[in-house]
Unconditional design. Structure first.
Length: 229
């Protein structure tokens, strides 16, 4: 049972689905608020604080994909897309525009709860973010000192390279698109080419040597950090 501290915004135009989702979530101790379309969800997110959003794709007034893109303009709240469409291209598109996960209907409550818990662990209860040091395999990072070493040997990183590495390690297994990395590391005002991200990732991998493989390419989407490879 999860302590009732996580607030989830449930967005679906079908009343029966909303009620089913709310029932299963509240049984697990989550607090829920509901919205019937993307516009309502956006308004609620601007007024209240949520730890995660469940966002149906096919909705009237404003569909889930468009809503996801608009939410990403002002919030990094984790988003799990819900859809009856199972095509791979749809999933890739959803992840590219900022969704954290993508689950296809029909799904079991257990699967959805597992996805939610995994997402919340990555984004809201990740102890490494508060720790002064991080160790994974041959990689060691002094977060406060912004120092990195591989097998005890110091690795000199530029500010952007360290910022990239820090973002990855505090969001292990989370897939970032190139657009997301550009926004979070270089800022939304930066208008450089997306190849800037690829170039920095390539250099970072080379500098990390044996640990460079922890930064993985997710084909068609972007990159993620996984130490257990």
């Amino acid at each position: 049972m999860i302590e009732p501290v996580f607030r989830i915004l449930v967005t679906d135009d079908e009343e029966q689905m909303r009620e089913l989702l709310v029932s299963n979530l509240e049984k697990e101790g989550y607090e829920t608020v509901t919205a019937t379309n993307g516009l309502e969800a956006i308004d609620l997110l601007k007024e209240q604080s949520f730890h995660l959003v469940l966002l149906d794709v096919m909705m009237p007034e404003l569909d889930g994909l468009t809503a996801c893109m608009r939410i990403r303009e002002f919030s990094n709240v984790p988003i799990i897309m819900l859809t009856a469409r199972s095509e791979e291209l749809d999933r890739i598109h959803g992840l590219k525009i900022g969704a954290d996960d993508y689950i296809t209907k029909p799904f079991s409550p257990r699967e959805l709860l597992a996805r939610i818990e995994a997402t919340l662990r990555r984004t809201h209860n990740f102890s490494k973010e508060q720790e002064a040091t991080f160790d994974a395999g041959v990689l060691s990072i002094d977060i406060e000192g912004r120092a990195v070493s591989v097998k005890g040997k110091t690795v000199n990183l530029t500010r952007k390279e360290f910022d990239l590495l820090y973002l990855f390690i505090t969001n292990e297994d989370k897939v970032f698109s190139r657009e997301q990395l550009l926004d979070q590391i270089w800022g939304t005002e930066y208008h450089g080419n997306l190849r800037t991200v690829d170039t920095h990732i390539k250099t970072l991998r080379l500098k990390l040597g044996e640990a460079g493989g922890y930064i993985q390419t997710v084909w068609g989407i972007g990159y993620k950090f996984e130490a257990n490879v």
